[in-house]
Write a protein that binds this ligand. Structure first.
Ligand code: WTA
Length: 668
């Protein structure tokens, strides 16, 4: 790709349904953060023209121990925000609320997975509770020799102690590295070695659809592998959650409850430099080795707190109850269960279990019981809800809902419409938030009371974000031409690097486009200026010289009444160079047939154009997905290419049997 013409990605999906913001929503929310599109545009223009002025003003609404001397120092690709300032993120999430007289208000509502006797186990933590518990656990960590700057590894289920452990690390300035509880022991080994971490916080087990995930056993296996190597785990702190049998290593292992009982319940918040590391979070890249994305203190705190307030329109004392269904093991859980929400003084729900346990209506039962006002989930979940049927949400009173959100992958317009209709009762705006582990917080998103929404579009850039669609030379493309999504200039929540790999940081994000951040997504911007994410760059397929975003073909397939979920990848094709292979899951009352394949091809042809017709369509019971719900296109590509002996890393696969089955039924 070297010029505008060849960098263009064919874009054939056109969506014309526009949902203007409801004029009465601001009042229902207790005041709109941004009330009109004009107000958004004016503030966005101001934030781009004067980032230091804008972010300095925002940052002043947080507590700082010492003020910064300059808002921003920018030497591409290195940004320093709130230079010279010191603060503590745990202080701003917790202690500050207590100091301001809100210690008795609920900060976290935790709901467990098991329902003993059909009754939900619910625990409420006030800011005062969190202050006491984070201080106590901070003292436990200190007693194990953890000092400011030491990385603490956290590998737990969605128990309240996970939130407490994360905040306790922030309290003493020990960066945390949270590893999603669904990962295997080899993922723990890689991350512990990379972070040179000596302490792991874990649980005996985690509940998952009624069975126990053996977290402690996985930690034991990782520790055994690490023995004798350059890194070794010296301390393992274990929360008792499931009561499953576990092995015990004297001198290394300690029960959380015993250690905490001995610890004092006061511990000051460590003053942290604005650019001190807050956490490391590993994310998979296009290569096998996970990248340790580094986030720092001041910029991340300000960015996640501010985006939470504005994008979800959180208002304290208006009985808002916010629920993000992500796991704290992912960036969405870091930023939008904990760090961004707590400073806004709105209770945040943390749910331990699966969406369909004990029944497919579990989420809607939670929404109704807790009178959830803000609900934030992923498209993959929404498509599952569609498959399970609208009768499940219909059985519950969802009238408390005010704002719906989605994140993680492009949401196909059909799923958007279902979400809007069946969950939002056609009265809640849907904020489709585009962002990444690397960006820390929301980057392109509607604002609920201001932005007209269009199903499938994440709409407009957040304040301070100068987003553009460019070609490989960094030249901006005209409306509706697909290209590379880039961010011009720094923002406070941006990653500060990849741990231990400066070269990869520069190479991945900052070297391909002159002076810009390369997000790695392809996208287009329509004539309204709205952004449409088309997929990852490596998910773009070139068919007869036309580049197609896989997501567009998938959306077209899913808009056919028979298809629930679809994944599209490139495959070698004699004539076209690359052909399109589609993997589809069907609605239960449809059966695979040659006629159905033909009608799907015709449907895609009608929706996008003949060029997008899949060359092969395969039906499957389920698609292989990562634990976070992303379809593993890399594996599907290998299958579509006939690479049966694929030795690719599969540690993030949700269900190995899905992959095995796809291989078995591959008739070619
Ligand atoms: C994709 C998750 C379309 C995108 C917060 C991005 C999205 C990657 C959206 C980051 C969205 C996330 N619409 N695509 N609203 N949100 N993505 O690091 O490809 O797990 O680059 O962060 O997810 O995934 P990550």
């Amino acid at each position: 790709m070297s010029n505008v013409e060849s960098a263009a990605i064919e874009s054939g999906l056109h969506e014309n349904r526009v949902f203007p913001p409801d004029a009465a929503l601001g009042a229902r929310l207790g005041g709109a953060a941004i009330g009109t599109l004009e107000a958004y545009r004016a503030e966005h223009a101001r934030s781009i023209a004067d980032p230091s002025g804008y972010w300095g003003e925002v940052a002043r609404s947080f507590d700082w121990f010492t003020p910064w001397t300059s808002v921003l120092e920018w030497n591409l690709p290195d940004a320093k925000w709130f230079v010279g300032g010191t603060t503590n993120v745990c202080h701003n999430c917790v202690d500050r609320q207590v100091a301001n007289g809100h210690g008795g208000e609920v900060a976290i509502i935790w709901e467990g997975e098991p329902m003993p006797g059909g009754v939900a186990e619910v625990r409420r933590f006030t800011y005062a509770d969190l202050q006491r518990e984070t201080a106590r656990f901070a003292n436990v960590l200190k007693a194990q020799g953890v000092k400011k700057g030491d990385v603490v590894t956290i590998y737990m289920g969605m128990v309240p102690e996970l939130a407490i452990a994360v905040l306790a690390c922030a309290r003493i300035g020990a960066p945390h590295s949270v590893i999603f509880g669904g990962f295997s022991s080899s993922a723990i080994v890689d991350r512990v070695v990379d972070a040179r971490s000596r302490v792991i916080v874990t649980c005996d087990g985690a509940w998952r659809r009624g069975s126990v995930v053996p977290l402690k056993a996985n930690v034991d296996a990782a520790c055994a592998e690490l023995v004798g190597g350059a890194s070794a785990i010296e301390h393992v702190i274990v929360v008792r959650r499931c009561g499953n049998d576990i092995a015990w290593t004297e001198g290394r292992d300690r029960w959380w409850h015993e250690a905490a009982a001995e610890a004092a319940d006061a511990c000051p918040c460590e003053p942290m430099d604005s650019e001190d590391m807050l956490f490391l979070l590993y994310t998979s890249g296009s290569t096998g080795k996970p990248k340790g994305i580094m986030h720092t203190t001041g910029g991340y705190m300000v960015y996640t707190g501010h985006t939470s307030r504005v994008v979800f329109n959180l208002v304290p004392e208006r009985d808002h109850v916010y629920w993000c269904t992500a796991d704290v093991g992912w960036i969405t859980g870091h930023s939008y269960i904990l760090y961004g929400i707590l400073p806004n003084r709105v209770p945040s729900i943390m749910y331990e279990g699966a969406p369909n346990h004990p029944g497919p209506d579990r989420f809607w039962d939670i929404v109704a019981r807790h009178k959830v006002t803000h609900f934030y989930t992923a498209p993959t979940a929404i498509r599952a809800f569609m498959k399970w049927g609208a009768e499940h949400p219909q059985r519950h009173d969802l009238s408390s809902l005010l704002v719906l959100g989605t994140v993680g992958e492009p949401i196909n317009p059909e799923a958007w419409m279902w979400y809007h209709r069946e969950i939002g009762g056609e009265r809640c705006p849907v904020v489709d938030t585009w962002w990444q582990t690397e960006t820390g917080g929301h980057m392109i998103t509607p604002l609920p009371a201001a932005t007209p929404t269009v199903p499938g579009s994440c709409t407009l850039p957040f304040f301070g974000v100068d987003a553009a669609i460019v070609n490989e030379a960094g030249e901006e493309l005209p409306a509706n031409r697909g290209g590379l999504l880039a961010i011009r200039g720094p923002w406070p929540g941006m990653l500060r690097g990849i741990h231990g790999d400066r070269a990869r940081f520069v190479e991945t994000y900052w070297s391909r486009l002159p002076g810009m951040y390369l997000a790695g997504d392809s996208a287009r911007r329509d004539e309204r200026g709205y952004f449409w994410i088309m997929g990852r760059i490596d998910d773009v397929i070139n068919v007869s010289g036309h580049r197609l975003g896989t997501m567009e073909v998938e959306s077209a397939l899913v808009s056919h009444p028979s298809v629930v979920e679809a994944a599209v990848v490139g495959m070698p094709h004699e004539i076209k160079g690359t052909g399109i292979a589609a993997f589809c899951t069907l609605e239960p009352h449809f059966t695979p047939s040659d006629e159905l394949i033909e009608s799907l091809r015709a449907h895609v042809g009608a929706e996008i154009g003949a060029i997008a017709k899949p060359d092969r369509i395969r039906f499957t019971d389920a698609l292989p997905k990562t634990r976070s719900g992303k379809i593993m296109r890399r594996l599907l590509r290998a299958i579509a290419c006939g690479d049966e002996s694929s030795t690719q890393d599969t540690t993030t696969l949700e269900d190995f049997s899905v992959l095995a089955k796809l291989r078995e039924t591959d008739e070619s």
